[in-house]
Design a protein around this ligand. Structure first.
Ligand code: ISL
Length: 559
């Protein structure tokens, strides 16, 4: 397998709006991120993924871009961005930009221009305008964020397609001029010194030629009802090959593609180095194991066997050819300690256990801000305190159209709202958690007095120190990056164990996903294993007879 810097890298995701507010308007900004670079360097991360910072009306907090060449007012200026970029580089770290290619904001100049009907309007074809069917929407497609995926526009006298919010019209990638505009835009950022791209929702770029109705939602729960008709559409690989040729191959950079509704086999096609498309993928399958038949808002109990099967399938399918981003948290997902761990009695233990399990797999680990101190989900009583467009749409549709009660809908929101991960970063126990001097744009989690960076740094047994240790291990042992994966104890309902092998080195990872003690027996190795790291005081036990405490994690090395 080819060795490259980005396979060895640990990526830290910053959600700029909630990271650190330097100018006292209650909204995080670029200067705020710059203030905290030493903190990130100290943790040991290599790449900083900056959520979208382009000009945007913020219907979907930056994922609705109105100008790709300018910085959002609330976040600062292009000078601030340049300064942040050079300060990141000065510390030996790299910068990843979030690139949104599937849609723009409805306030983007292209969309505004596209409204004028007429054959010589070149922008008309940048989007999907359609006259509709018998006086209504062109088909029954629903948007990911609820309601029809089509909206009528008076001025344009037509419907436009929006897979996400109504303020995020989808772009038409069969249009060559549009593609060239996007390639120029990406080169603009690479010329400025960007080292990596995270490509947003990028397996949705190709739309089917015909607008046929979708079947009711299938088992592929991460997609909207029309998703299976769109994801990985015909010709999508040609687009990435062209993009790679026009953009990626010309710079010393790497790409990670965010793709929902992708199987491991498809994931390999996108990331197989020989195909020259994308470098790596952030897939969703393992995050969808607690989605019910009704979709992602319906929560069913976490099943470790299902989770293990998915992880193993992806590890084995891509092994030696493709590459993945390893994650359990991001700005779209509830916090994993609250979701599948235990955020009260075993918060620290479970946070460390999840980190061990995910970071020791083959791939590049992604750490989402606050994860490194074990931040938890949020519970607001009032829907008015939520900010996320997906959550607000869901509440309105469930209460107003489907007639469900406030209390019932709030239960779903507590489990799955994206705002769980978007409350301000908890820096210390001062007002507003040290995030801002003003009232933050979204309320701080009240547990900030206990769970915060200052406390975590001061306590050698904190989640933070454990994360730093995991990152250090990765730098010391190549087997963590490049070792071959093999699942162990595959049938065990509560323990996830696997081994990684590189040359003469074997890494063994054993993680207890339950709040109960577990006894497991692994094959006795030829030489005595060394315990590299554990989230409990070391237990000198042979591999073939181990007593795991609640959420215990152990990493062994055998040479
Ligand atoms: O989170 C999901 C389910 O609600 C996914 O379907 C997700 O919306 C999808 O994979 C794309 O996510 C990305 O693009 C969205 C944006 O809202 C998300 O924050 C972003 O990560 C639209 O740009």
């Amino acid at each position: 397998m080819t060795r490259t810097w980005w396979k060895e890298a640990v990526i830290y995701q910053v959600y700029p709006r909630s990271f650190r507010d330097s100018d006292g308007d209650g909204i995080g900004d670029l200067k705020g991120i710059e203030e905290k670079l030493d903190y990130l360097k100290e943790l040991g991360v290599d790449v900083i993924w900056l959520g979208p910072v382009y000009k945007s009306p913020n219907d979907d907090y930056g994922y609705d871009v109105s100008d790709y060449y300018q910085i959002m007012d609330e976040f600062g200026s292009m000078e601030d961005w340049t300064s942040l970029c050079s300060e990141i580089h000065r510390r030996g770290m790299k910068i990843m930009m979030d690139i949104i290619l599937n849609h723009t904001s409805d306030e983007h100049a292209w969309f505004q221009a596209s409204k004028a009907p007429g054959d010589n309007n070149k922008y008309r074809d940048y989007y999907f305008w359609n006259e509709g069917r018998s006086g209504g929407e062109p088909n029954n497609w629903e948007s990911f964020f609820g309601g029809s995926a089509w909206k009528h526009d008076e001025e344009a006298r037509a419907y436009y397609l929006h897979l996400f919010s109504a303020k995020q019209p989808d772009l038409n990638w069969s249009n060559q001029a549009l593609r060239q505009e996007m390639y120029s835009m990406m080169r603009f950022w690479l010329e400025k010194g960007v080292d990596a791209f995270r490509l947003d929702a990028v397996n949705l770029l190709v739309k089917p030629g015909e607008w046929q109705d979708a079947e009711p939602a299938g088992p592929d729960q991460c997609l909207a009802p029309c998703g299976h008709l769109i994801a990985n559409g015909d010709g999508i690989h040609d687009i990435f090959q062209e993009m790679n040729d026009e953009v990626f191959s010309r710079y010393p950079m790497f790409t990670v593609a965010e793709m929902a509704g992708v199987s491991a086999e498809e994931g390999l096609l996108y990331t197989d180095a020989a195909r020259k498309e994308l470098d790596s993928i952030i897939y969703f399958e393992h995050m969808d194991v607690d989605n019910g038949p009704g979709g992602r808002w319906e929560t069913i109990p976490f099943s470790l066997p299902a989770f293990k099967q998915i992880i193993t399938r992806w590890q084995l399918t891509l092994q030696g050819k493709g590459w993945i981003g390893l994650y359990l948290n991001n700005h779209d997902q509830p916090r994993v300690v609250s979701r599948w761990g235990n955020d009260t009695r075993y918060r620290v233990e479970s946070a460390k256990m999840f980190a061990t399990c995910i970071q020791m797999l083959q791939g590049s680990p992604y750490i989402y801000q606050g994860e490194e101190i074990g931040m938890t989900n949020i519970w607001f009583d009032n829907i008015q305190d939520y900010r996320d467009v997906e959550t607000l749409n869901f509440y309105r549709i469930e209460c107003e159209i489907n007639g469900r009660s406030h209390d019932e809908v709030m239960q779903d929101i507590y489990h799955k709202s994206r705002d769980n991960a978007r409350t301000p970063m908890q820096w210390d126990d001062s007002a507003n958690a040290g995030f801002s001097e003003a009232t933050p744009w979204i309320n701080v989690n009240p547990n900030y007095r206990e769970i915060n960076v200052a406390n975590a740094l001061a306590d050698p047994s904190s989640v933070w120190h454990y994360y730093r240790e995991l990152i250090r291990l990765r730098k010391r042992h190549e087997v963590i990056v490049y070792g071959e994966y093999k699942p162990l104890l595959e049938e065990h309902p509560d323990v996830f164990a696997y081994q990684r092998t590189l040359g003469d080195e074997i890494l063994i990872v054993v993680t207890n996903f339950s709040a109960d003690e577990q006894t497991v027996a692994l094959d006795a190795p030829p030489t005595k294993p060394a315990l590299l790291l554990s989230n409990y005081p070391a237990a000198e036990e042979p591999l073939d007879s181990q007593h795991l405490r609640p959420f215990e994690a152990r990493i062994y090395l055998i040479r």
